[in-house]
Design a protein around this ligand. Sequence first.
Ligand code: SAM
Length: 286
Amino acid sequence: MGTIDGLPPLREVIRAHDLVAKRQLGQNFLLDLNLTAKIARSAGDLSGCDVLEVGPGPGGLTRGLLAEGARRVLAVEKDARCIPALEEIAASAPGRLEVLLGDALEVDVLAHLTPPIKVVANLPYNVGTELLIRWLSAPWPPYWSSLTLMFQKEVAERIVAKPRTDHYGRLALLAQWRCNVAIVMVLPPEAFTPAPKVHSAVVQLTALAEPRFPCDFGVLQRVTAMAFGQRRKMLRSSLKGMGPGIEGLLESVGIPPTARAEEIGLEQFCALARAVAGQNEALPRA
Ligand code: SAM
């Protein structure tokens, strides 16, 4: 793939623009361009795609995405100090990099992207999970075909977790309901500047053509939030808030009311979400 020529090493960029990392913005930068190219490659063929990158910082991953042949990159960065460095990259890849200054939780990215769209980001740890839930909440079919995301390793493990394991919970269920998921890379703290306290991992989430099992996402979110809010309790008590008929509903979909959330797989949770939605529909309207 082509390189982005004529740009200084990232350490120089950081020095020149005085990009002292700010902890409150979750700034842990990747300065090794071989590594950022490898992360970009883990998102698969980018050549015919627009890529959404959240939090480009000084632009290490941005350079990797462009070098690996992304058709266009939309980079949304909250820290105004990073914009001049990103504009330098944009100048060396004419027409291929659009930089937006703003909060990724607020910017309307869809107005700036053309399908097919992949999301690739080394996410700020403080908003990473919230952004993931938003991408997972997108209407079907999702506007993105895959998400390639760097998280703290513990969060990555929660996304790919299976039932009856410590990390299994709401995040695993919501992600696996609409995606194939896999950890594709694990990075030690020293890969970043400054080094965080914990390991990080890249998760690849590939959108399914349709949900793995039918149910309403909002109901699945509510049921799993309540079930795992008190994960050590039996479901008949953790789900009490669903109404007095919860034991009957659990039994109707083959879940023992004495089971705990971590023992229940995605298919059964989806059946429960359908039963809850059906019951709500059957209630007389006020
Ligand atoms: N992509 C760069 C890299 O890999 O070196 C930086 C990654 S750093 C972990 C996270 C980046 O997200 C920072 O540049 C930070 O300023 C930015 N950021 C933090 N909160 C943000 C938000 N709400 N919206 C957009 N960017 C944000």
